[in-house]
Design a protein around this ligand. Structure first.
Ligand code: G4P
Length: 525
């Protein structure tokens, strides 16, 4: 197969949702349909759950929270599908944001009874910022659900995106009879069935008498009326508006019952974009350029407790990636080659010889990579879009075991490279401050420092409201600001100036009084 065909057949996407809406279940079902895993149903089976969530880290097993973001690739109907899993817990939102920089489209799972929830809303903001095409899957139709029209209105309003249903549910809860596929004009009759992949019975025409046989008189009548309304209210589906991130196609189903998942997958493969161009600081890079380029969007430590190695997740943006070939690490300014890059195929990793744009490659790493690093065939490119967010929770971190100060320093350094949290050094008292966006990270850091580096730390409270990066062309004003706010100044890991405000009022006053200073709330500016 040629280089261009390889790119065209790739679909790299993430499934996102508020916790419990059914992301894991849907992921499993897609893997089942893709033949990537073979045990049907059995969401409760630990083995499957582990496969689908790829919880590599011990801490994750302990807490039962999907801390890790993993990749699941599989072949289906000539397509190479790459699903990037995202942690559900909101304290790991930053991980999810970074993963979203590596996908070309997104499937959002919404619980039909709960509608749009907070986490979904936040994640959608990131998609909107990047104009990522989204498909909405309204899940759990086998449970008592909100009215489908109300749900669609809610999605439009809450997620601020136009919708176009591509399937339509008939009833819900115990009255759930099936879904009608508006694109294929097929009716799929629902039979609760958790164990097999069998489809419902297909009926081509809504006026077919068999419709009544399957769903009954009144349901058939209501359904025909609703269908008329759907076609009247929503504009026809257009590929362009979906691809531009303006309109979200919507599907209804029940992931747990394998229902509506096949339609979703088929339609997704048909309409979702193949790898899109990527934006570097220097220029836009097309996936079909022959020279290789890619960036690291995630670093995973402690994959195997017996080996210290980390795994850097590299998204390929252009060209073909080949094993044992020299590539340029732009950040370090040196060439490197990789003898054992791995591909992620559902439940297993394997060493690969080549990979294409859209693919994610795992590179064993002993400390050369940090999040956001670019690797190329020689060109000095810097990929954008992997900002750290201005943290909101802060603690001083102190060494609790004087014998292990080296280990502690190394551990903190590496965990920060992974993007677990951010480290600031106070210019006032020289103390180290850890800043995070979620409270759980403090525990994660403490646990991992101990288990992976043998170092103990303790935290001390610090009263801070927000840290933001400052910059100014006006050197005199900047110097004046730094002098006056000496107590509140810190440096980040790259040595940049950070202002640590202890209240919203203080931050506001600083912004009002120092007009020539830019206050930045993400690290990319
Ligand atoms: P998440 O990854 O988005 O957090 O959600 P997950 O798939 O783990 O699903 C959350 C719960 O919702 C699970 O139940 C799952 O079985 C259930 N679920 C998913 N899809 C459907 C559906 O279509 N219909 C119904 N009725 N339930 C669904 P749980 O009891 O919390 O977990 P488990 O013990 O079943 O694993």
């Amino acid at each position: 197969m040629g280089f261009i065909e390889e790119i065209k057949r790739r679909r790299t996407f993430a499934i996102i949702s508020h916790p419990d809406a059914g992301k894991t279940t849907l992921t499993e079902k897609l893997l089942l349909f893709g033949g990537a895993i073979h045990v049907a149903g059995a969401v409760k089976s630990n083995k499957i759950k582990k496969t689908a969530t790829s919880d590599f880290m011990e801490i994750e097993k302990q807490r039962g929270i999907s801390v890790a973001t993993s990749v699941m690739g599989f072949e289906y109907d000539g397509f190479k599908v790459n699903i990037l899993d995202t942690p559900g817990h909101q304290d790991f939102a930053e991980d999810t944001f970074r993963t979203l920089t590596a996908v070309d489209s997104v499937i959002i799972v919404v619980d039909a009874a709960k509608g749009v929830e907070t986490q979904t809303r936040k994640l959608m903001e990131v998609c909107r910022m990047r104009n990522t095409p989204v498909i909405v899957f309204i899940n759990k139709m086998d449970r008592p659900s909100k009215d489908p029209f109300d749900l669609l209105d809610e999605v439009e309003e809450e997620l601020k995106i136009k919708v176009r249903p591509l399937s339509w549910p008939i009833g819900n809860g115990t009255e759930f009879r099936g879904v009608y596929n508006l694109l294929e004009e097929n009716l799929y009759v629902f039979e609760p069935n958790k164990q097999t992949l069998e489809e419902g019975i297909s009926i081509q025409d809504v006026n077919d008498d068999r419709l009544v046989d399957y769903i009954g008189d009144s349901a058939a009548e209501l359904f025909r009326e609703e269908l008329e309304l759907v076609e009247g209210v929503y504009p026809k589906f257009e590929m362009d508006t979906y691809r531009d991130g303006q309109v979200a196609p919507v599907f209804f189903g029940s992931a747990l019952n394998n229902f509506g998942v096949r339609e979703l997958l088929h339609c997704f493969l048909k309409i979702a974009p193949s790898p899109l161009p990527s934006t570097a600081v220097e220029r836009q890079v097309e996936p079909d350029e022959t020279k290789f380029s890619g960036f690291v969007f995630k670093i995973h430590a402690n994959m195997d407790p017996n080996h210290r190695n980390r795994l850097a997740f590299l998204k390929i943006c252009s060209g073909k990636f080949e094993r044992n070939t020299n590539y340029y690490h732009v950040g370090l300014g040196k060439n490197m080659k990789f003898s054992s890059p791995t591909a992620f195929m559902a439940d297993k990793k394997s060493i690969i010889d080549e990979a294409y744009p859209g693919d994610i490659v795992g590179i064993p790493d002993s400390g050369n990579f940090k999040i956001g690093d670019t690797l190329t065939g020689g060109e000095k490119l810097h990929y954008k879009g992997l900002p750290s967010f201005s943290p909101e929770l802060f603690r001083y971190i102190e060494n609790a075991d004087p014998m292990k100060s080296k280990q502690l320093a190394k551990g903190i350094d590496q965990l920060m490279d992974e993007g677990v949290a951010q480290l600031f050094v106070s210019q006032f008292n020289g103390r180290k401050v850890i800043g995070t966006v979620g409270a759980l990270q403090f525990e994660v850091i403490q646990y991992r420092l101990l288990h992976e580096y043998g170092a103990s730390c303790r935290y001390e409270p610090i009263n801070l409201y927000k840290a933001c990066w400052i910059r100014s062309e006006d050197k005199a004003q900047l110097d004046d600001f730094k002098k006056r706010k000496h107590q509140y100044m810190a440096k980040d890991k790259q040595g940049r100036d950070v202002f640590m405000a202890d209240s919203g009022y203080m931050l506001q006053m600083a912004q009002d009084n120092f007009k020539n200073i830019e206050f930045h709330f993400t690290s990319e500016f």
